[in-house]
Design a protein around this ligand. Structure first.
Ligand SMILES: Nc1ncnc2c1ncn2[C@@H]1O[C@H](COP(=O)(O)OP(=O)(O)OP(=O)(O)O)[C@@H](O)[C@H]1O
Ligand SMILES: [Mg+2]
Length: 255
């Protein structure tokens, strides 16, 4: 049974930004997507979740956001917002109004909402593109607008599902840099689903590795490295190799 703490009235305030999964199982008919998954993210912690296709990564994020309920086990999380695998920008709005959408939905007035969106888009390297329509933006720009919109939701917990999955290597490296910068200025609890082990090590405090379906946690690797991190740092490449090895061994059924 999922327990949702929308507005905690007791206990430490930090509970708002905490995520806890205990023995979570999720089935779709005969398909077991997640099997006994336990996972914790403390307030302001960035936890990357890597695993093969079909290992239940998107399902896990939807459970944390309360869009699904577990069949067994327990999910406890504060207010969490999902950036889904497809960016879902609205084509009739420009970049600025797409980013400002959660503020407008929360009834913030147009001018201050746009001012905040403007500032964040600038931090994400989108100066000059605020008035562009979504179809005038590159894939990397669209992803950054979607990240801005997710951040402006104000939720203490962000669930990012392959936020940079569709981008080429250079654009992806830039986008990772933007996200790291924004999180350094404005920390949030983040669950980051990615296929890219290097991205996980560059951005996360911990890398959780899931097995092929049914998804089980096969490794939970701390990334105790100072930021900003560089892909060429030997400590980063060593951890990347470790995470890749657990992923490989999970895929071969050896974990
Ligand atoms: N709504 C649903 N109905 C039926 N089966 C589902 C549903 N959602 C997910 N599944 C199944 O659960 C399993 C896990 O799916 P999920 O989308 O969570 O995997 P994933 O790790 O995000 O994969 P990918 O890396 O391809 O995005 C898959 O076998 C999928 O087909
Ligand atoms: Mg998915």
């Amino acid at each position: 049974m999922a327990t949702r703490l929308e507005a905690p009235t007791e206990g430490p305030r930090d509970v708002e930004g905490d995520v806890l999964l205990e023995g979570v199982t999720r089935r779709f008919g005969d398909v077991v997507a997640l099997d006994g998954v336990s996972l914790r993210a403390a307030r302001h912690e960035v936890v990357a979740v890597v695993g093969p296709s079909g290992s239940g990564k998107s399902t896990l994020l939807e459970l944390v956001c309360g869009l699904q309920a577990p069949d067994a086990g327990r999910v406890v999380a504060g207010r969490a917002v999902l950036m889904p695998q497809r960016d879902l920008l609205l084509p009739w709005l420009d970049a600025l109004d797409n980013a400002a959408l959660p503020l407008r939905l929360a009834r913030e007035a147009k001018a201050p909402a746009r001012a905040r969106a403007h500032e964040l888009l600038a931090q994400l390297g989108l100066v000059g593109f605020e008035r562009s329509r979504t179809w005038e933006l590159s894939g990397g720009m669209r992803q950054r607008v979607a990240v801005a919109r997710t951040l402006l939701s104000g939720a203490p917990i962000l669930c990012l599902d392959e936020p940079f999955g569709a981008l080429d290597a250079i654009t992806r490296a830039d986008a990772q840099g933007w996200l790291a910068g924004v999180l350094a200025r404005e920390p949030r609890t983040v669950l980051l689903v990615t296929h890219d082990v290097e991205e996980a090590v560059l951005l996360a405090d911990r890398v959780v590795v899931l097995s092929p379906r049914p998804g089980r946690v096969v490794a939970d690797l701390p990334v105790a490295l100072p930021r900003p991190r560089s892909a060429t740092d030997p400590a980063v490449t060593a951890l990347r190799a470790r995470a890749l090895a657990s992923l490989r061994s999970a895929m071969e059924g050896g974990a």
